[in-house]
Structure formats: structure tokens, C-alpha cells
Design a binder for this molecule. Structure first.
Ligand code: SF4
Length: 252
């Protein structure tokens, strides 16, 4: 069985860093970045996992001089599970974050990876990032320790039909392993967040709000009103450490 991973600097994108967002913010972690996504968020900062040449999806960077869609074959790598397990096992920590792209597009292979690593050593903790559009399989759910669910809003430019999948939202709202991270671009995004929370009965203490920002000045600008909303509604605030420390740099 193989995984399709993002390729960066000619290598599968697996790296040791700290979790920069959400519930585990600040935790030293190893990131395994899967390629491919079923959504196309206009502000996505990992667009090299889906914004392929000859596709029609718009991106906020389209007007940036020099920005080009990605040649798929140059940005993905297919790699055997045991080879991925070798690369992950060599890393200095056992908090593993499956990220993407959309990792849940590859549940059987990721479940196999988690089992392969646990067969080698104890102490692994696996988190997955997800856009919350796919219901996890029983097999995947048994292996994963934490879901970091980031439902997309209107500001992502995905149609509601694509981004809001009731069965998946109900699953995550009821899972004790799940937390929800909403990316808010403007104060009016709150209305949509509150609607989703009401519709799917998501407990407030599982909700994190995070400003949409790809640069430190924009992040700073949005912090105050996002924090105020969190205080008013009992949500948690998530910063974006990676933007603060590294800006838009990839693979860090
Ligand atoms: S769901 Fe995540 S990876 Fe996919 S396009 Fe949106 S931000 Fe990017």
C-alpha cells in the first residue's frame, strides 16, 4: 500500500517542528503532509497539494507576479507505507500530525502507517488535520487520537454543498477526539460559525477561532476582534505561530 505525500525539495514532506495552531499549539511534532484535497480554498497556504496546472480553481495569489499553478508530477510522491514509517521513526518525537491537503482522502493508507509505527514502538500520539467533509472509517477512527477539524466557511470560496457534509459534521460533533477550528477572515464570519455550531450541536469548549492571515501584520490586525469574539462566546482563541515565526515559508 502507498501514500501520496506532498513533495518538497525533492523529498516527501515530513518534518519536525511545533504545532502552530489549535488545541496542540506549541507542541513539538512531526508533520506528515499528504497531497491532494477535495476542497479548493481561495486562501489555502498549501495550494501545492491541489492547485494543479490546467484546473479552473481561483486562488488569492493569482494576481501575484510569478504565481503559477503547480505541475502535479513535480509536487507529489507516492511512497510505500513501510518507507514512510522508516522516515517518521527516524524523527526525534512521537507526536505525529497527519496534515495535507486532506488526509482523510487516504484513510486506509494512513491507518496502515499508524499501525506500522505502533508495531515498532510505544508512545505514539497521532493527530489528523481535516476539513471535516469525510466521515472517518471505523478502522481509521480506532487508530487516530485527535481530530483537528477545520470546517470551511463562505470565505473559503468553496460552495456550501462541497464544504458542508452533514454526516461528517455530526460525526465530529459527537466524537470525544475532535476539536473544531474555524478560520475567520472578517467579524461577520461569526454568524456562519454560530449557525454551524447550532445546527450540529458543537460544544463551545471544543471550538477554536483563528484569524485568517498569511503575514504577521495581518495576523496582528485581526487578533483583537477575534479574541473579543472568543471572550463573548466562550470559544478558545488560536494564534498562527507559523505565520508569526516563519511567514509563508514551507516545510518548517
Ligand atoms: S481544505 Fe485545507 S488543504 Fe484543502 S484547500 Fe482548504 S485549506 Fe487547503
Amino acid at each position: 500500500m502507498q501514500l501520496t505525500l506532498a513533495r518538497l525539495n525533492e523529498q516527501p514532506e515530513i518534518f519536525y517542528s511545533i504545532q502552530g495552531e489549535g488545541k496542540s499549539l506549541g507542541v513539538p511534532s512531526v508533520f506528515v503532509r499528504t497531497s491532494l484535497c477535495n476542497l479548493h480554498c481561495i486562501w489555502c497556504d498549501t495550494d501545492y497539494t491541489w492547485n494543479w496546472k490546467n484546473t479552473r480553481f481561483p486562488h488569492a495569489n493569482d494576481a501575484t507576479p510569478g504565481y503559477r499553478k503547480f505541475e502535479k508530477k513535480d509536487w507529489i510522491v507516492k511512497i510505500d507505507i513501510e518507507a514512510v514509517a522508516d522516515l517518521v521513526a527516524d524523527q526525534p518525537c512521537k507526536n505525529i500530525i497527519l496534515t495535507g491537503g486532506e488526509p482523510l482522502l487516504q484513510q486506509p493508507a494512513l491507518a496502515a502507517l499508524m499501525r506500522a509505527l505502533r508495531a515498532r514502538a510505544t508512545g505514539y500520539f497521532f493527530e489528523t488535520e481535516t476539513n471535516g467533509t469525510m466521515v472517518p472509517s471505523a478502522e481509521f477512527d480506532a487508530d487516530i487520537d485527535q481530530y483537528n477539524v477545520s470546517p470551511k466557511l463562505e470565505n473559503s470560496n468553496n460552495s456550501r454543498k462541497l464544504r458542508e457534509k452533514p454526516a461528517a459534521y455530526h460525526f465530529f460533533a459527537q466524537s470525544s477526539k475532535a476539536n473544531f477550528k474555524f478560520v475567520v477572515a472578517e467579524p461577520q464570519d461569526l454568524d456562519e460559525v454560530l449557525e454551524l455550531i447550532e445546527r450540529y450541536q458543537i460544544p463551545a469548549d471544543k471550538v477554536y477561532l483563528m484569524p485568517e492571515a498569511s503575514t504577521a501584520p495581518v495576523l496582528q490586525q485581526k487578533r483583537q476582534w477575534v479574541v473579543d469574539i472568543c471572550k463573548n462566546h466562550g470559544f478558545r482563541y488560536s494564534d498562527r505561530l507559523h505565520v508569526q515565526i516563519w511567514g509563508g515559508k514551507k516545510g518548517v
